[in-house]
Design a binder for this molecule. Structure first.
Ligand code: KG4
Ligand code: ZN
Length: 339
């Protein structure tokens, strides 16, 4: 093949139904249907998520193909998320991907969602260069918080991860305690803007090596709120900005402290962040500051490629396509797919 391959990416691991079309590492379209239904439940309800995927998947893919200005016959391969994630959600995307690949007579490429987050750093971006191998990536999402050494698109190794909650989960659970809707990260960020980050001090985790823990922070926030509400029923309403600023600051500080340690330990020349929490403006600011302090280069995905999207799945599919690393149709997605 002389031209760059055209890949259709499909992502349905959690509550976003997404489809994207790429040519090489360039994104031609990136379409997402966010499920609003979970907002009031304070978290994703798996059964509702699969039903919404079932409703959204065909229109989302159809629109992504039209927006890319291509025809179905132009697609060279179909990449889809094979796990980890909610099984019912994964099944909708993978079943569609398999049927479509079969109908078009094109290869199928199963992608690990967390590899997708890392490879989102390789999507063409006029504002920044792509990372050079090897580099360190802190992947922070709703389900994972892990340090990865990235040697190549198909050679990645985890060198540290959370022993309990993920960073995104810490944002989501804290938001729930404050009565804010799901997803909690953007809500906490918005409310934190006018708050004092030093207003409240929460417990700091003591975890060895390059591992993380966030469950203690959640408990510390819970106890503080319960104690103060006994004295004043309107404590949360009166202090919402300061609470959010302090929570955001605590989570970001935990991440930055470990990131600093990981850079020193690994002696890498460049590092990156990826995943939903990398959309957080305080984290982005602190990461740039850390890079300056350590005098090494840093890479952060474009805002729209931080949270779940199918562009990252299409890019991951592109790298597998180059190696002809295709997936058989009898492979089932896995909720706990290994990295
Ligand atoms: O990568 P992602 O979209 O899905 C998973 O793979 O889990 O990450 C979702 C997580 C949620 O926990 C959400 O609250 C968090 O990313 N998040 C943020 C922000 N935007 C999304 N956390 C902090 N600040 C944000 N601006
Ligand atoms: Zn994700």
């Amino acid at each position: 093949m002389n031209r760059k391959p055209v890949i259709l990416g499909i992502e349905s691991s959690c509550d976003d139904t997404a489809a994207a079309v790429s040519v090489g590492t360039k994104i031609l379209s990136n379409n997402i249907a966010n499920q609003k239904i979970h907002k009031k439940y304070g978290g994703v309800v798996p059964e509702l998520a699969s039903r919404a995927h079932q409703k959204n998947i065909i229109p989302v893919i159809d629109t992504a193909i039209k927006q890319a200005g291509i025809k179905k016959v132009d697609i060279d391969a179909i990449a889809y998320t094979n796990g980890p994630g909610l099984l019912g959600s994964l099944l909708v995307g993978s079943s569609f991907a398999k049927s479509f690949a079969l109908a078009l007579g094109k290869p199928l490429i199963g992608i690990n969602h967390m590899h997708g987050h890392v490879l989102s750093l390789f999507i063409d971006d006029e504002k920044q260069k792509k990372p050079e191998f090897p580099f360190l990536c802190l992947t922070v999402s709703g389900g994972h918080t892990q340090f990865v050494i990235v040697n190549s698109p198909d050679d990645m190794k985890i060198i540290g991860s959370t022993i309990d909650d993920a960073a995104g989960e810490a944002f989501d659970k804290s938001a729930k305690l404050l009565g804010l809707p799901y997803p909690g990260g953007p809500e906490i960020q918005k409310n934190a803007e006018s708050g004092d980050k030093h207003a409240f001090v929460f417990g700091k985790p003591k975890v060895k090596d390059l591992n993380f823990s966030f469950s203690g922070l959640k408990t510390s926030i819970k106890y503080k709120i319960e104690k103060e509400i006994k004295k004043d029923n309107n404590f949360i309403d009166k202090n919402i900005s300061d609470l959010c600023a302090s929570i955001e600051y605590s989570i970001v500080s935990i991440l930055i402290n470990k990131l600093s340690k990981a850079i020193d330990n690994t002696k890498v020349k460049s590092f990156a962040i990826a995943g939903g929490v990398s959309a957080n403006s305080l984290l982005r600011k602190e990461v740039y500051r850390l890079a300056k302090k350590k005098n090494i280069s840093v890479h952060i995905p474009k805002f729209e490629y931080c949270t779940d999207n199918a562009a990252m799945i299409a890019i991951a599919g592109y790298y597998k396509f180059l190696k002809r690393d295709f997936t058989k149709h009898n492979i089932a997605p896995s909720a706990r797919l290994k990295f």
